[in-house]
Design a protein around this ligand. Structure first.
Ligand SMILES: C[S@@+](CC[C@H](N)C(=O)[O-])C[C@H]1O[C@@H](n2cnc3c(N)ncnc32)[C@H](O)[C@@H]1O
Length: 246
């Protein structure tokens, strides 16, 4: 729970600039995944959400939630930052959906409330997975799915903090990634692949797939400089876990 105040402050501070810079990419079309805006139509990660109760964990300005609400899902957008939630409220379309301030570490919902819990670089990246994964599993109904996209351990291990870019050199100890220091005292989180599997299975989830989104050469990373520019065509920059609660 330690990083909740710092992460809230951080996202409140950067929200306006972040949305100014990234909303045109994130919100360019419905259902775009991650740093390379890869369409879900290519990845088939979420499936049909019509009539489903859906929770976005760390919804930011709600680009995803807004799209899924328009498709007929009953969506709740949860985020830690009031500035991000205000951006989501401003950007809400004609189909309204509720926004809730809360932390992925301690979800304010009853057990079994949702058919789908998902995020794209959201609560599963910014909350300790050993807390956030069991919470997500708890609020899913039996048969419900937890689907989330996050940076890969490859990406984090190859991130050069001094040059602030991803390179082809290993800069960080794979076994020591855990808590990643972000700007202004904020923190994000990463596990080894083995520990992700243990954490998901430990929360009682079945792992159905691990997608490794691969952008075409020439697709730029909207967030981080990479060297070479087509780094993510050669190594997986992201990991998209697809799981369900039996
Ligand atoms: C990178 S954004 C993800 C939202 C959107 N998919 C995007 O790419 O902009 C990360 C979001 O996670 C939220 N966040 C950070 N820590 C959180 C926590 N512990 N619980 C829930 N949300 C959190 C931040 O406020 C921010 O809106």
């Amino acid at each position: 729970m330690d990083s909740i105040p710092a992460n809230r402050r951080y996202w409140n501070q950067i929200s306006r600039a972040y949305q100014h810079e990234h909303d045109p990419q994130i919100g360019a079309a419905p259902r775009l995944w991650g740093m390379y805006a890869i369409p879900d139509a290519h990845l088939h990660a979420l499936g049909d959400v019509t009539g489903k109760r859906v929770l976005e964990l760390g919804c930011g300005a709600g680009q995803w939630s807004r799209s899924l609400a328009a498709e007929g899902a009953t969506v709740v957008g949860l985020d830690l930052s009031e500035a991000q939630l205000a951006a989501a409220a401003r950007a809400m379309g004609t189909v309204r959906y509720p926004l809730v301030q809360g932390a992925a570490e301690l979800l304010p919902f009853a057990a079994g409330s949702f058919d789908l819990v998902f995020c794209d670089h959201g609560g599963l990246s910014w909350a300790p997975p050993h807390l956030a994964v069991p919470q997500a599993a708890r609020v899913l109904r039996r048969g419900g799915r937890l689907v989330f996209n996050a940076a890969s351990p490859w990406f984090e291990a190859c991130y050069d903090d001094d040059a602030r870019r991803v390179t082809t050199t290993l800069h960080h100890d794979y076994f020591g990634l855990n808590t990643i220091a972000e700007d202004h005292g904020a923190a994000s989180y990463q596990l080894t692949y083995g520990d992700w599997i243990k954490t998901l299975r430990g929360a009682g989830l079945i792992i159905d797939d691990l997608l490794e989104p691969r952008p075409e050469p020439g697709t730029l990373n909207g967030y981080n400089e990479t060297d070479p520019p087509d780094w993510a065509h050669h190594w997986p920059a992201e990991m998209l876990w697809i799981t369900h609660k039996p």
